[in-house]
Ligand binder design. Sequence first.
Ligand code: FES
Length: 91
Amino acid sequence: MILADHPYRKLVLVCTNNREPGINCCAGRGAVELFEPLKAAVKAQFTDVRVVRSSCLNNCDTGISVVIMPDNLWLGEVTLDDIPELLAQLA
Ligand code: FES
């Protein structure tokens, strides 16, 4: 194992997990539709923040789940309207 080089100050995990019908999940609440606009907004403003899709973050009942690391900030019920606030968290 090696310590990998990277240019990132923060990592944003967006749960886009899909579960079977009738069970709460982030994909069912629009996570796939949130991911690209959020990633584009972050990329336009920060070169040192990476936004990635994640599997289940175990907060399915309060999705869409987003985690900002290394801040250990766990967010729920995230929507497109929250993108400006998320950007402020990444400054
Ligand atoms: S499906 Fe997103 S937290 Fe579980």
